[in-house]
Design a protein around this ligand. Structure first.
Ligand SMILES: [Zn+2]
Length: 287
């Protein structure tokens, strides 16, 4: 079963988590095994956005960086690594790279950021960070990719096409349009449910879904599957990927529970679970 077009990933909480969005040339997190899974695509990513510094999200970074530096390919291609500025795990990974490969220089652009930051991602797109609730000792960030578009101003919405074209020919083309932001992709990282406003209208949201039942949660650091579905519904996102499901759950029964939760949630967009490297389609109509 394949997942959303353009996405490749792996997710096992406490083991390894990463996601590769091919058209955006964007990686989110770098769990172990990443460079092996990317194979010949190892040079494709331009930006790695790290959600937080826990080992299951960053231990694949030294392997990825070494594969790009010593492999056959675009060894000089820069990789921008965006991460929470206070991350202890990322400080450790940088130190590991600098110590293990003393004397080797890597084309890395280390970019520590806080919430509310913006990193350019090609011409009309930008990566934006937002605050999420995770472990205080290892701060987390959510990310969204915003496309900067132009759209017809609302006051012209009812106008016939011919009238709009005439107005444009009369030299008022710029008056017809206004700038608009559109979220093409968003990722919660490991987090409690993110604020729907942070991901509103996204084409695709990847959300933490560690617990099948919020009652299984001991500390407020991960979302439940139903909470993730609730965020998707409230935010009106078009498609949802649940990931990071706890290894405590038997998979066959978890999938049955999840399918019922999707129906009960009232969320009508497409839904998948990414579990290890496998995609399960949970869309309500896919039963
Ligand atoms: Zn994790």
């Amino acid at each position: 079963m394949s997942g959303p077009a353009d996405l490749v990933g792996f997710s096992r909480g406490m083991y390894s988590n990463w996601l590769w969005h091919r058209p955006l040339q964007l990686l989110v997190d770098a769990g172990e095994g990443l460079q092996l899974a990317l194979g010949s695509s190892v040079y494709a990513p331009s930006v790695l956005a790290v959600t937080h510094g826990h080992s299951d999200h960053v231990l694949g970074l030294p392997g990825l960086v070494a594969a790009r530096r010593f492999g056959k390919g675009a060894q000089d291609k820069p990789l921008t690594i965006v991460y929470p500025e206070a991350s202890r795990g990322m400080r450790g990974v940088r130190l590991l790279l600098e110590t293990t490969y003393a004397g080797v220089s890597f084309p890395l652009v280390w970019t520590p950021i806080g919430p509310g930051s913006t990193v350019a991602l090609g011409k009309n797109r930008q990566l934006e960070s937002f605050a999420v609730e995770h472990t205080p000792s290892e701060p987390g960030l959510g990310y969204r990719v915003v496309e900067l578009r132009r759209r017809l101003k609302p006051e012209f919405a009812g106008w016939p096409q011919a009238a709009l074209e005439q107005r444009a020919r009369d030299g008022h083309r710029d008056d017809l349009m206004e700038p608009a932001r559109h979220i093409v992709f968003a990722h919660s990282g490991d987090a409690m449910p993110v604020p729907p406003d942070a991901v509103r209208g996204a084409d695709l949201l990847v959300h933490d879904a560690t617990f099948l039942d919020a009652a299984d949660r001991r500390e407020p650091i991960h979302a439940s599957t139903s909470e993730a579905l609730g965020v998707a519904r409230e935010a009106g996102v078009r498609a949802l990927v649940l990931h990071h499901l706890s290894i405590r759950y038997d998979r066959a029964s978890a999938l049955r529970v999840l399918r019922d939760q999707v129906v009960a949630s009232g969320y009508t967009g497409r839904v998948w679970l990414l579990d290890d490297g496998a995609w399960a389609n949970l869309t309500a109509t896919a039963r």
